[in-house]
Design a protein around this ligand. Structure first.
Ligand SMILES: NC(=O)c1ccc[n+]([C@@H]2O[C@H](COP(=O)([O-])OP(=O)(O)OC[C@H]3O[C@@H](n4cnc5c(N)ncnc54)[C@H](O)[C@@H]3O)[C@@H](O)[C@H]2O)c1
Length: 419
């Protein structure tokens, strides 16, 4: 393990006390600081200040070994410290906003204490804070002798020691690579490849994780409620859903991109919500999925309408790549609004060329959306040569992505393909 100076953990609540005891267990010299004398006394007596399985033993063992101690005096604590982990509470205010009072006070106290020492300090914020807080709130208060890093905590109460010792994720965000590396090195003995990101990214990752966990629970509960109404064992439904680790429990569909569409998802969501309503069953989460998708499409339409160019080329017409199915394609809605607002468009889709498609899709274009059919190019070169700006509405293959990059056209990428 890389030898480091003392680590100070400010706040000996669930996150702070577990972090302090576990970091000491990993071999670091740790000083816990809390303004609550009872918490400090508990640690100094070799006990956890609250119930958390396995924590008493770790506190007692590391106190005896001289790797862990505690104080109520922050300036004493950080005197020789190399890293300070801030683990104070960030409770909800009445309006839902995050309460930063404890964080502000601790950051201010650190700033004052640093004015009396020469050595720099790395301040790692472990409390959950909204993106921008480290830069805008913590950094000005701790002052120029400190480097601020964000190191969100993912432990769950009741299994916090195990979550710390066997983390599924270690995230360290910051703009000074050496400080980020030093904080990541604290966790090196755990053998997890840390995710090193920017400050704001680290802050948002924590919120994304918690929102995703809450979303999963609410989704499972709504399927459970529907199953109960229909006399179906929803536990079996969800357990079977989880067996698909390619599409269901996997990174599939978890990239920010364009709105969904096609012949299945909108239709099946409509049927699900309609039938739930007939059962007098409220499923607010599932009912919100189509409105969420509509709002996402509306954002894309606004962005496309804001383009300054006279002539706009659009890549993609079907709801996703490698299909010529135009049913419920969000691109059709995008184009219809743009045409309605008088925009000058040409469209290219690798799978939808009037010189090649036959049958129902050709009929659909000719009968249902002839105004869009007239805009279709058979050759992408023609679209690129004509356009002044390109809207990418469907993930391009590597060959088309290269062609887009070579064209030098400005691109509005709705797909997250990062062309
Ligand atoms: N509890 C969890 O499961 C969990 C998990 C991950 C992240 N988080 C986040 O971690 C943060 C801490 O959560 P927690 O549950 O440990 O909070 P907590 O309320 O249990 O602990 C906060 C501690 O900070 C101390 N404190 C407050 N101001 C202080 C000051 N000026 N000086 C010294 N000590 C001070 C308090 O006395 C208290 O002991 C929050 O932002 C929370 O959202 C919590």
């Amino acid at each position: 393990m890389e030898s480091s100076g003392t680590v100070v953990v400010v706040g000996l609540g669930y996150v702070g006390c577990v972090s302090a005891a576990c970091l000491a267990e990993l071999g670091h010299r740790v000083i816990g600081v809390d303004r609550d004398q009872l918490k400090v006394d508990a640690v100094l007596a070799g006990r956890s200040p609250f119930y958390e399985p396995g924590l008493d033993e770790l506190v007692s063992k590391n106190l005896s070994a001289g790797r862990l101690c505690a104080t109520t005096c922050l300036p004493d604590g950080i005197q020789d410290a190399e890293i300070a982990l801030i683990c104070v509470g960030t409770p909800s205010e009445r309006n839902g906003n995050l309460g930063l009072e404890q964080l502000r006070r601790v950051a201010g106290e650190i700033g004052e204490a640093l004015a009396r020492r020469e050595r720099r300090l790395i301040v790692a914020v472990r409390s959950t804070v909204f993106p921008g807080t480290c830069e805008e709130v913590v950094a000005p208060l701790v002052g120029e002798r400190a480097t601020v890093v964000c190191n969100p905590e993912f432990l769950r109460e009741g299994g916090a020691v195990r979550d710390f010792m066997e983390p599924s994720l270690v995230v360290v965000g910051g703009s000074e690579p050496e400080a980020v590396r030093r904080v990541a090195a604290l966790y090196a003995p755990l053998g997890v490849e840390p995710s090193l990101v920017s400050l704001r990214t680290a802050e948002l990752i924590k919120y994304a994780c918690n929102a995703f966990h809450a979303l999963k629970i609410a989704f499972a509960n709504e399927i459970g409620a529907l199953g109960a109404e229909l006399g179906i064992d929803a536990a079996e439904v969800m357990a079977t859903l989880c067996r698909d680790v390619r599409l269901n429990i996997s990174p599939a569909y978890l990239k920010p991109g364009f709105a969904f569409g096609g012949s299945c998802l909108p239709k099946d969501l409509r049927a699900l919500t309609y039938r739930a309503t007939r059962l007098d069953l409220k499923l607010p989460l599932i009912e919100s999925i189509l409105p969420s998708n509509d709002e996402h499409l509306a954002r894309a339409i606004r962005a496309a309408l804001d383009l300054p160019a006279e002539r706009i080329g659009v890549f993609g017409l079907a709801f996703k790549e490698n299909t010529d199915d135009l049913r419920e394609s969000p691109v059709v809605a995008l184009l219809e609004t743009m045409i309605g607002k008088g925009r000058n468009l040409r469209v290219f889709d690798p799978q939808i060329r009037m010189d090649r498609i036959y049958g129902s899709n050709r009929q659909f274009i000719l009968n249902a959306i002839p105004h869009i059919g007239r805009l279709l190019d058979n050759r992408f070169e023609d679209t690129l040569a004509w356009a002044q700006h390109l809207v990418v509405a469907q993930k391009p293959s590597p060959a088309y992505a290269a062609q887009i990059a070579q064209s030098g056209l400005p691109v509005l990428d709705l797909t997250g393909s990062q062309i």
